[in-house]
Design a protein around this ligand. Structure first.
Ligand SMILES: [Zn+2]
Length: 402
């Protein structure tokens, strides 16, 4: 019996995106912490003899504690999420190698996809007029292909494009076999890693794999307005916009207030639909998140009522309460209308380069500049040391002079 024969019928997600703003779920990691799991819980019977500690390797829970992952999915669906993400943020062989589980990545992704699909199907059956979708999450991995982690050897790379592409291909294959409705390559801090993911997905489709819509989401690392590999939102868009994406967006690192100018910029330039799922504010001194559901929803609700977004949810520190508040606040908001193609030549570097004057869609707005604050991301990344990883600053970048 295949997934398609047992799952309820539902319209393609693209049909819904034309009609209304869809709600994405919130954080998985901080929800797992609520269960107070110990080393033994992360190992279960399956990995009892594993030689490496597995605590905090959330992906193993899809196999050894599926009850926890299903419970979290159901809480987000109950809160009103239209789309839930699989528990696979660190699901590539590259990230799982940190725990010695690289040989088990297919199994981890397959299990996670089946759980998300099961939960989404339950709620779709309960109310077929509100179909729910499972998104296969492809995280950025714990390595960066564009930057050296060794300040004394700038040419060194801890991972190659081909390594990343193979790992993403494997993850894609498992997620699709597990029945996801869409793929979401997310939290991209390095555009080359993102390209490896998008390339792998296309290779999978070309090889005859089941085709699903693809979504991409970038992370603006801090208030420099750039990714870790140094690109602006517009340059990131130019780098990947030839991939057949249904949506492009921004998630993680920033709270909704700090994300505002960047999501506005993305909605002004991209010809895709727009997704947005910020953290619950910036982290406090203990690394926690304090932004209340009300405050979070008020800010992202404004994005919705401004017509900037099509998919709205939460990243680190957000909870089902945040998602329920988002669901409430978007009532009456119209979905973002996709932009017409830009009729000028444009190229990506660290910034966007255009010929023939700036196209209508990329008139920069003056961005407010505020002091840099510490940010964190979904997962413990291993960025290069600060001296080599700092996003380059450019005094003549549009919008940086305010
Ligand atoms: Zn996050």
């Amino acid at each position: 019996m295949t997934i398609d024969t047992v799952s309820p019928r539902k319209p393609p997600i693209t049909d819904l995106l034309r009609e209304r703003i869809l709600v994405l779920d919130g954080a998985m990691g901080s929800m797992i912490q609520r269960y107070g799991l110990g080393e033994a819980d992360y190992r279960g019977e399956r990995f009892r003899q594993h030689p490496t500690d597995l605590k905090n390797n959330n992906e193993t829970l899809s196999i050894v504690r599926p009850d926890v992952i299903l419970d979290i999915h159901r809480q987000y669906l109950e809160a009103g999420a239209d789309i839930i993400e699989t528990n696979t943020f660190n699901g590539t062989a590259i990230s799982q190698a940190d725990f010695g589980l690289q040989a088990h990545t297919y199994e981890l992704n397959l299990a996670a996809a089946r759980l998300a699909r099961q939960a989404a199907d339950e709620f779709t059956r309960r109310d077929p007029s509100r179909p729910r979708y499972a998104a296969g999450a492809l995280g950025p991995t714990t390595r960066t292909a564009s930057l050296s982690p060794d300040v004394n050897n700038p040419g060194f790379r801890a991972v190659t494009f081909d390594d990343l592409e193979r790992a993403y291909f494997e993850e894609t294959s498992a997620l699709i076999e597990g029945g996801v409705d869409v793929l979401l390559a997310e939290t991209s801090f390095d555009t080359l890693n993102m390209k490896a993911a998008l390339f792998a997905i296309q290779r999978f489709f070309h090889a005859g794999g089941r085709r699903v819509p693809v979504l991409a989401s970038v992370t603006i690392t801090d208030q420099s307005g750039r990714t870790l590999s140094g690109q602006t939102v517009e340059a990131f868009w130019a780098s990947i916009h030839r991939a057949p994406l249904i949506s492009m967006g921004i998630n993680c690192a920033l709270g909704p207030d700090e994300m505002r100018p960047y999501i506005e910029a993305m909605s002004a330039i991209s010809q895709t639909w727009i997704s947005c799922y910020p953290n619950a504010g910036l982290p406090n001194a203990f690394g926690g998140y304090d932004m209340t559901p009300r405050k979070f929803a008020d800010t992202v609700g404004e994005f919705a009522h401004n017509g900037w977004v099509n998919i709205l949810g939460g990243c680190c520190g957000t909870t089902p309460e945040h998602i329920a508040a988002v669901r409430e606040v978007i009532k009456g908001a119209k979905p973002h209308q996709r932009n017409a193609p830009i009729q000028r030549s444009y190229f990506s570097g660290l910034e966007l380069l255009t010929f023939g004057g700036p196209p209508r869609a990329i008139q920069p707005r003056q961005r407010e500049r505020s002091p840099r604050r510490r940010v964190t991301r979904c997962a413990p990344l291993r960025p290069p040391s600060r001296s080599s990883a700092s996003a380059p600053t450019s005094p003549d970048r549009p919008g940086s002079q305010s």
